[in-house]
Design a protein around this ligand. Structure first.
Ligand SMILES: C[S@@+](CC[C@H](N)C(=O)[O-])C[C@H]1O[C@@H](n2cnc3c(N)ncnc32)[C@H](O)[C@@H]1O
Length: 261
């Protein structure tokens, strides 16, 4: 099964478009939750963001919570953006196509916390997720935690009709806006798995006229929290944890937390 689809172009040669359209989240609020749930608010804690993209969470955890952050992503363009914006130092932003990992001596582990945010775990198959989790367990410090931001399945069931960020308009200049619709058309489900194809449309509007339009297809596996928790238990070394309080800044998503024991 091949996941990801042509959306890889949005993370690759159109990476700056992705950085703009994904920038409107409450990163500070989300990082308060991540710092508490993953790093126990300890300054100097080590954090690894997987499928990091522009690594905005790593940036905020470093600047506002004193974390020592590393990142992994498959896209050189995402790495370039993250490094240029100062989100993560070049030496700690690693290129790898997960579940492949950079050599462990290159990583600044063991990590107190790791996170896979904005539904990105959907870009790996369950078989690859097992491979990945097995590799991540020894990279976590004892008591270290791994967070997954997953889709709210109630929203998936209604084809994201009520997802607040389904349609986004971002002002990027005095006369320039980006318009993103994700998903732009009805979802296409595979008959034999929780794999869905979503059309994504990104338009750049200059003075109200469409100056550029891109269409992508994102192919993702939907994961339920119970499935992530079951995988963690099945591979051994990881147990499910409930967040301390409702993770409000992740509104519209579900958080799954696993802890190394
Ligand atoms: C939806 S974006 C999320 C980025 C970031 N976590 C955020 O919150 O904005 C998904 C990211 O996963 C990366 N990606 C997709 N498949 C990957 C893989 N197998 N290994 C590493 N990175 C991957 C893409 O390059 C992209 O940067």
């Amino acid at each position: 099964m091949h996941l990801l689809g042509s959306i890889s172009e949005l993370y690759g040669r159109h990476g700056s478009l992705y950085a703009s359209i994904s920038g409107g989240r409450n990163f500070s609020g989300q990082c308060v939750v991540l710092a508490r749930e993953l790093l126990r608010n300890r300054r100097g804690a080590r954090f690894l963001e997987l499928f990091a993209g522009p690594a905005r969470h790593a940036a905020v955890l470093a600047s506002e919570h004193g974390a020592l952050c590393s990142a992994i992503d498959a896209s050189p363009e995402m790495r370039r953006i993250a490094v240029e914006t100062g989100a993560v130092p070049a030496a700690r932003y690693h290129l790898a196509r997960l579940p492949d990992l950079p050599p462990s001596q290159a990583l600044a582990g063991p990590f107190d916390g790791m996170a896979i945010l904005l539904y990105s775990v959907g870009y790996v198959t369950p078989a690859d997720l097992i491979v990945l989790l097995r590799k991540l367990v020894p990279m976590l410090a004892p008591g270290g935690r791994l967070a997954f931001e997953l889709h709210d399945l109630a929203m998936v069931r209604e084809s994201f009709a009520h997802l607040a960020i389904r349609e986004r308009e971002i002002v990027v200049g005095p006369d320039e806006r980006l318009h993103c619709i994700w998903p732009a058309r009805p979802l296409r489900w595979q008959p034999d798995d929780w794999v869905v194809e979503m059309d994504v449309v990104v338009r750049r509007l200059v003075a109200g006229r469409v100056a550029e339009e891109h269409s992508f297809v994102s192919i993702e596996r939907m994961y339920a929290r119970s499935e992530i928790e079951a995988l963690g238990l099945a591979i051994g070394g990881l147990r499910p944890i409930s967040p301390d309080v409702d993770p409000v800044p992740f509104q519209g998503s579900v958080l799954a937390l696993l802890e190394r024991h």
